[in-house]
Design a protein around this ligand. Structure first.
Ligand code: HEM
Length: 281
């Protein structure tokens, strides 16, 4: 069907142009707020994409936290299809998050240096939303709250997340409800501490993977969690390589040893037994 335009370019089947206040789009999206949050700190033309990429990643972290919290709640209520839908959405979102590395992946030290000093002591290490992602994955650490002592809302949200069961804790509780021998010390663990791998949990996954047809829904859950873990590992490693290219072995703006510190963090896999069980199937 063709659009009939009048002299002003507006026709009966064209979009509305007449709004008393801000547009309904603006009221919903707040694009004006979003596109005026880019407060650059240097004159370097390359700083804009660095800041916006960081902001874009923060938005993806926010969406992914939402999906994993949805999934954790659904698992708690034994609503596996709802959890699977949220986890599958998060896979596409993690792919989009990881694709956002592209504009920064080949930064040279010279290009990074052009605005690096303007960042001061600012570092992604201080990202509270990234920390909430890690907490949901089982990578808990009370010391990660310390940088946020001066920001009450952020601190309160992180503290709540620290003490809540992670996505993986909910998975293990579900396995226990289904009759799998998940040990009591895993189920009753101190939730505010990092999840440590358990030989018994590894044996549970080994059994599940040895005969997937017997518990198809749980096997599929295991695979989608493995996909999540792989994409998280990829984000960490893409970050590591981008950092190595941009600043070699210099110390980070956040005060860490830089690449050697990130290397240690990027080595680990989340949901550890889903990886180690594969050797025994
Ligand atoms: C290519 C540019 C980048 C460089 C050179 C870089 C460098 C670093 C370094 C050296 C660290 C270790 C902590 C420190 O001492 O600062 C770090 C941590 C971190 N960065 Fe970046 N970064 C870059 C881009 C980004 C972007 C775009 C994000 C998105 C939010 C980000 C998020 C993080 C996070 C979440 C951590 C903490 C990782 C952890 O706790 O394991 N970084 N970064």
């Amino acid at each position: 069907m063709s659009n009939t335009l009048d002299a002003s370019g507006a026709g009966s089947d064209t979009p509305n142009l007449d709004f008393a206040g801000t547009t309904p789009y603006e009221d919903y999206v707040q694009a004006d707020v979003l596109t005026h949050l880019q407060h650059l700190r240097s004159d370097d033309p390359g700083e804009m994409v660095f800041l916006v990429t960081t902001q874009v990643m923060e938005l993806w972290f926010t969406v992914i936290v939402h999906e994993w919290e949805t999934a954790a709640k659904a698992l708690r209520e034994d609503r596996i299809p709802v959890a699977m839908d949220a986890l599958k959405r998060s896979l596409r979102e993690l792919e989009a998050l990881n694709a956002s590395w592209r504009p920064l992946a080949q930064l040279t030290p010279g290009q990074f240096n052009a605005y690096r000093s303007a960042l001061g002591e600012g570092s992604g290490f201080q990202s509270a939303m990234y920390r909430r992602m890690e907490f949901l994955l089982g990578d808990k650490s009370a010391s990660m709250l310390v940088p946020h002592r001066g920001a009450p809302r952020v601190h309160a949200e992180l503290e709540k997340a620290l003490h809540e069961p992670s996505l993986y804790d909910e998975v293990l509780r579900l396995l226990a409800r289904r009759g799998f021998p998940v040990p009591a010390e895993v189920l009753d663990r101190d939730l505010s501490r990092r999840y440590e791998p358990s030989a018994e949990v590894e044996a549970v996954w080994t059994g599940l993977y040895a005969s997937p047809d017997e518990h198809l829904d749980l096997h599929r859950l295991g695979e989608v969690l493995t996909d999540v873990a792989e994409l998280v590992w990829r984000w960490r490693n893409d970050h590591l390589v981008a950092t190595r290219r941009a600043m070699g072995a210099k110390t980070g703006t956040g005060g860490s040893a830089g690449v050697t510190w990130l290397e240690k963090r990027a080595q680990k896999n989340v949901f550890p037994e889903l990886w180690t069980a594969r050797s025994h199937v």
